[in-house]
Design a protein around this ligand. Sequence first.
Ligand SMILES: C[S@@+](CC[C@H](N)C(=O)[O-])C[C@H]1O[C@@H](n2cnc3c(N)ncnc32)[C@H](O)[C@@H]1O
Length: 353
Amino acid sequence: MEGRGAYNRHAGLQAAGGALALNALKQAAASIVLEAMDQPIVIAEYGASQGRNSQRPMRVAITELRARVGPDRPVLVYHEDLPINDFGSLFEVLESAPDRYVRDDPQVYPCAIGRSFYESVLPPAYVHLGWSAYAAMWLSSVPTQVADHIYVPCMKGAASAAFREQGKKDWQKFLSLRATELRPGGRLVVVLPGADDDGRTGFEPLMNDANDVLTQMAGEGALTEDERAHMVLATYARPVRELLTAFETDGRFCALSVEHCERLPLPDAVWDDFLRDGDGGRMVSRYAAFYRSTFVPSLFLALAQPDDAQRKGKLSDRFEHLLKVRLEARMEPIRSQVQVLVFARDPYSKVCS
Ligand SMILES: C[S@@+](CC[C@H](N)C(=O)[O-])C[C@H]1O[C@@H](n2cnc3c(N)ncnc32)[C@H](O)[C@@H]1O
């Protein structure tokens, strides 16, 4: 994600998707098994990014828990993300955002972990409640360097099969690690971009524009052919049947069972605002800023010198400008969906190794 709080400023789409899962989160917080002791309650957020979109879900979960245990029991909230994440912005939000969940609750203790969620990030049987929004579609690695498009649902050749296979392995890894970290009777709520049975997500028109912009930038000489050829998003949006495959045999996977699984259309607030105010310039600026802050840093990992901040900044500006030009010519909403899943950790059986 783009640093210096840029993701926080432009991730309204992800915030809206997460909001559609708040009832499921509330229900999960109400259902977790809590021991009678006064040990801290542990919440873990996997793939937190810069914290703006963490505040509402954490507040919902803590409010529900407070109704169960009262004001005195400590609550630990671990915000986990990759070591390269902009944790500085996350701490700023926790310190000063008006809606910060730590406000008015002295017994809530936020912490941060800089480690991939494809590794163990917390001790076994430690987490009461897990939350992960718009994160677990990011893969542990790019499974192939040769792809004909930056975005899996738009790929035509064999590359998409490699992503599907990686997506399957990573999902099972993610779930088995979280199953180990969850306490018996704990819950894990996962929010993902939804995909149809054929893998389409609704982001395809925007991704086609972005793909064309990158090709245009290579044509202008701003990107080398080699850089352009290696630009790909290491994401895979799994259709429901792929999310549930591991549970097919007996309804369980690593002592997890599926408590809730729902796919919903995601309203597009940017488009709705445009329909109200008719401000097309503002609309395309918002879409382009969303795209830049969410996806461009990953695409630009393929730059010959990805640490060259000055060149990266200039290229990002050029990309954003060219994307706006294309969006102005197209003018249509993002018709995406959100996938909400809740997993319950079996109170009795052992997790798989
Ligand atoms: C689109 S952001 C979502 C942030 C926030 N949860 C939200 O709902 O807006 C995805 C986050 O997942 C993180 N992420 C991707 N792969 C990861 C991994 N292997 N381990 C931990 N975090 C990862 C990214 O760094 C990024 O901060």
